[in-house]
Design a protein around this ligand. Structure first.
Ligand SMILES: C=C(O[C@@H]1C=C(C(=O)O)C=C[C@H]1O)C(=O)O
Length: 274
């Protein structure tokens, strides 16, 4: 008998949470990469930069992101249930569809517009110095990595929500039928998990942000990214937006479950016609 049990359910809440923990590292390092460059605000302003007429009415970042997502769409990135594009229209995949183990239900929940707005208006300000260093391509490249990591983490809330629905289907269905978003948000919230996450994030940002250019441990004076910026990013934006996705998914999931039950009950009442 092994000393530890391996959770063989790839979609247990514990396994889903471990994916969110791994995404913390992806996000922190993506932010550290972006912080190398100035804010270069012009890349976020529609029409501020024109490359041979290519950007048109889009900002440089929107143009770059759209071109990037077109290629990613062609290699079927957005057929994955945990990947959501920021731009449209996008071409069909040139590869045959992957077979994904079905867990979350099909839906059209995509809050990347909110993520883009918050990232360009609030997050860049916190991690970059406010000036123009002409590194527009490099800045946008790093922005895209940050946006994709944040989008994946926040939309992974669907997996969390499905796992929680399966633990309390009746309760979530009852609240969904009443469109009670506040009660659903309260039921899904786990304050202990959030507290532990923010404490872990502070430690990660402190360690990952060090340049280690001082031999003496902990002597680093300069951090590559302010610790409080990372913690506030999660506390103010990432966790609340993840919960927005969870709530919207649970409303949909619960209302579908209620509709399916109504049909099943009706069929059960139907007398057998000889
Ligand atoms: C993701 C979960 O749902 C909620 C959102 C959390 C987050 O975004 O980090 C953490 C705990 C919950 O309040 C979870 O329960 O793990």
């Amino acid at each position: 008998m092994s000393n530890f049990t391996i959770d063989d359910n790839p979609f247990s809440l514990e396994r889903i949470r471990s994916t969110l923990i791994r995404l913390e590292d992806t996000i922190i390092f993506a932010l550290i990469e972006r912080a190398q460059f100035a804010s270069n605000r012009c890349i976020y302003i529609p029409g501020a930069l024109e490359f041979n007429g290519a950007t048109g009415d889009k900002s440089f970042l929107e143009f770059f992101l759209w071109e990037t997502e077109k290629v990613h769409a062609r290699v079927r990135r957005y057929t994955s249930p945990d990947e959501y594009p920021f731009t449209s229209p996008l071409p069909d995949p040139i590869l045959p569809p992957c077979k994904f183990k079905k867990f979350v239900q099909d839906d059209d929940i995509n809050i990347n517009d909110q993520i883009m707005e918050i990232y360009t208006k609030s997050i860049v300000t916190g991690i970059c110095e406010e000036f123009d260093d002409d590194n527009y391509g490099s800045s946008a490249t790093k922005d895209i990595e940050c946006l994709q990591a944040l989008s994946r983490r926040i939309h992974y809330g669907k997996f969390v929500a499905e796992s929680k629905f399966r633990e309390q289907p009746e309760e979530y269905t009852r609240l969904a039928v009443n469109n009670d978003r506040e009660a659903i948000n309260e039921l899904l919230t786990n304050h202990k998990v959030e507290k532990v996450l923010l404490e872990r994030l502070r430690r990660k940002a402190l360690v990952y942000g060090q340049t280690l250019d001082q031999a003496e441990e902990g002597a680093n004076m300069h951090l590559r990214i302010p610790v409080n910026v990372v913690v506030e990013l999660y506390e103010r934006w990432v966790i609340p937006l993840t919960k927005v996705v969870e709530v919207e998914y649970l409303i949909l999931r619960g209302q579908r479950a209620a509709a399916e039950k109504a049909v099943a009950d009706k069929l059960a009442q139907k007398p057998n016609v000889k």
